[in-house]
Structure formats: structure tokens, C-alpha cells
Design a protein around this ligand. Structure first.
Ligand code: KG4
Ligand code: ZN
Length: 320
């Protein structure tokens, strides 16, 4: 069975993993960079340098975990984009160089394709093609029709901020740390989500695109006129508005594309309230990646690389 090494360096997580056909993920190491917190966001130059520092040791550790010698690898997959240019280059150069030294192919993987296929990594999942994927991360909000590996059609996307970005910006407005999503979600747990009214952007217009920048402006204006004691209610109202908007668009897309199953992936898919809202709206029809694989990791890249080698073309494009 083929073993593929996966390398992810698109942002502030260094991920290295091994996927083996027939066994699944046999090694999975993720290092989350911490230096960025002091700056309130990811600093590209620091991210690139940290990837350089961490990658060689993590590759050695992942191979040890998998019980493999380097020349037992069949290919090296890496995140080709989208992401921070310098950070991506570190992963690409490492993967291409390592693959060349081994005389094996290097496989370019689209970051969002890694997220998109990650629910298939759950061995107990009954997920089959075709399905609709809602990809919600710090950089993207996309609805994609997935017919097979490599057969993707973009149905809708954000016209401005991504859903995760809206969480991160709201966190900053509320004086919370980075990354903002989990911090806003924790504060929202203590708040009343009905106290303040928030818009549900673009739900009354036909179509499947999203827009979150108006919500951010609304939040900024609201924060300016309330007390600190009201922040939990602001977080809860904001979170609910994002979630309801996502749920409405998912239902609409499933209907329009005549699809039954919904996959949700990307960092925001870790949000507990989003999960329960989707489970209520679409009982038995929603599939998630295993929790540890919601945020960026090398496992999803190794896995997508394996599928590309076996089923799809190897051009690394998400064809949307
Ligand atoms: O997929 P990901 O790890 O990296 C990108 O490709 O962007 O997603 C990171 C994003 C961040 O914006 C973060 O705030 C958000 O996912 N996020 C969450 C939660 N956990 C992470 N947003 C809402 N609720 C969460 N629990
Ligand atoms: Zn991601």
C-alpha cells in the first residue's frame, strides 16, 4: 500500500503527516506557532521562519511515528496554495527537494481540497459522493458541489470577508485574543443571543454568495455604544447571525444542486453552535472532519495527495 507524506505550511500551523492506503493516517504532527499572538494576527515573515525551523525535525518524527524509512515513501504532497506566499514556499521547496532526493513525485495540493476531503478521514463515516461542501476558514467561505475527487463546482463564495475572518475581527473589537473564533465562541456561551439585533447579510437576495463585512461594521458600531459587561451578549448575537446565515445558504444550495449530504470543513467548522444548528436543520445529513482535523494539518494534505494519485489528476487545482 502506498504511503504519502503530507506537508502543510499555508499559514501559522506546521503540519506533517503520513497517509497509507488501507490504513489511513499513520502519523500526524501539528505545531501551532505562538509568536503571533502578541501582534494580534499572523506575521508572514515570522511564520515562514518558524516553518523552516520546525519542518526538518517534524518530518523525521512523522516518519518515526509511521515506522517508515524515507525511501519507503511513495510521494510527497504539499500545500501549493492558497495561503501566505513565503510560508507556502517553505513547504513547497521542502517537499519538492525531499521528493527529488528520494526520486519520488511531489504532489501539489490545493489547501481547500485538503479541507474538503477531510471528512473522509473519519473511518466510521458513511459519507459518499456526491455532496455539498461548506468550506469556512480564516481566508475562505465557499459552497462547493463535489461529484468526485477532482470534480468540483463553485456554487457560492464570500464577496468580502471570510467567516473566520469575521470571527477574528469581532474578537479584536471585543479585545479578545487571537485566533478569534474560539475566543468569541467561549464568550458567546455566557451571552444572550437575542438581546441585540444583527443583520443576516444577503439572505433575502437570491444566490449563494456571502458577505460578512456589513456584519463587522454593525458589530463595531454596537461595541462603541455598549459597556464591557454587554460584550458576551454582543458575541452571542454576532455568532448567531453568522451561523443562521450559513445555515440558510447551505439549505438553499442543497436544494438548488439537488444534493442530500453536506460536508462542513475549515477552521470555523470546529464551532459547536454551528454544528448543532446544522444538525437540527439537516438531521442525519451533515458530515464533519474528525475534530482534530478541522483546523490546518498535514493529514488532510497527505490524504488529498493520496486521492489525487489514485483517482484524480495531479495538477493540484481545485477546478472551481
Ligand atoms: O482552516 P483554518 O485553520 O485556517 C485557514 O485556512 O484559515 O481556519 C482558521 C479560522 C480562524 O479564522 C479561526 O478564528 C476560525 O477558523 N475558528 C473558529 C473556531 N475555531 C477556529 N471560528 C469560530 N468558532 C470556532 N470554534
Ligand atoms: Zn485551512
Amino acid at each position: 500500500m502506498q504511503s504519502i507524506l503530507g506537508i502543510e505550511t499555508s499559514c501559522d500551523e506546521t503540519g506533517v503527516a503520513v497517509y497509507r492506503g488501507g490504513s489511513g493516517i499513520v502519523a500526524d504532527r501539528v505545531y501551532t506557532q505562538t509568536d503571533h499572538a502578541a501582534y494580534g494576527g499572523v506575521v508572514p515573515e515570522l511564520a515562514s521562519r518558524d516553518h523552516v525551523r520546525k519542518l526538518p525535525g517534524m518530518i523525521r518524527q512523522a516518519l518515526d511515528d509511521a515506522g517508515l524509512a524515507p525511501d519507503e515513501l511513495d510521494a510527497v504532497a504539499y500545500t501549493a496554495g492558497p495561503g501566505l506566499a513565503g510560508a507556502l514556499l517553505v513547504g513547497a521547496a521542502t517537499a519538492v527537494g525531499f521528493a527529488a532526493a528520494l526520486g519520488r513525485p511531489a504532489i501539489a495540493v490545493h489547501h481547500m481540497e485538503g479541507h474538503l476531503l477531510s471528512p473522509l478521514l473519519d473511518a466510521d463515516s458513511s459519507l459518499t459522493f456526491p455532496f455539498l461542501a461548506l468550506l469556512v476558514s480564516g481566508g475562505h467561505t465557499m459552497l462547493v458541489e463535489v461529484r468526485a475527487v477532482g470534480a468540483y463546482r463553485l456554487l457560492g463564495e464570500t464577496l468580502d470577508d471570510a467567516a473566520g475572518e469575521a470571527f477574528d475581527k469581532t474578537a479584536r473589537l471585543l479585545g479578545l485574543g487571537f485566533p478569534g473564533g474560539p475566543a468569541v465562541a467561549r464568550l458567546a456561551d455566557q451571552g444572550d443571543d437575542e438581546r441585540f439585533e444583527f443583520p443576516r447579510p444577503m439572505v433575502n437576495r437570491p444566490g449563494l454568495d456571502f458577505s460578512f463585512s456589513g456584519l463587522k461594521t454593525h458589530t463595531r458600531q454596537l461595541v462603541a455604544r455598549v459597556d464591557r459587561a454587554d460584550h458576551a451578549d454582543v458575541a452571542a448575537g454576532f455568532e448567531r447571525a453568522v451561523i443562521e446565515t450559513l445555515v440558510i445558504k447551505c439549505r438553499r444550495a442543497l436544494k438548488q444542486a439537488r444534493l442530500e449530504r453536506l460536508v462542513i470543513a475549515g477552521g470555523v467548522s470546529a464551532n459547536r453552535r454551528l454544528r448543532s444548528a446544522l444538525d437540527v436543520a439537516l438531521p442525519g445529513r451533515v458530515y464533519y472532519p474528525p475534530p482534530a482535523l478541522c483546523t490546518d494539518n498535514g493529514a488532510m494534505i497527505a490524504h488529498a495527495g493520496w486521492h489525487r494519485r489514485h483517482e484524480g489528476s495531479s495538477d493540484g487545482q481545485i477546478n472551481v
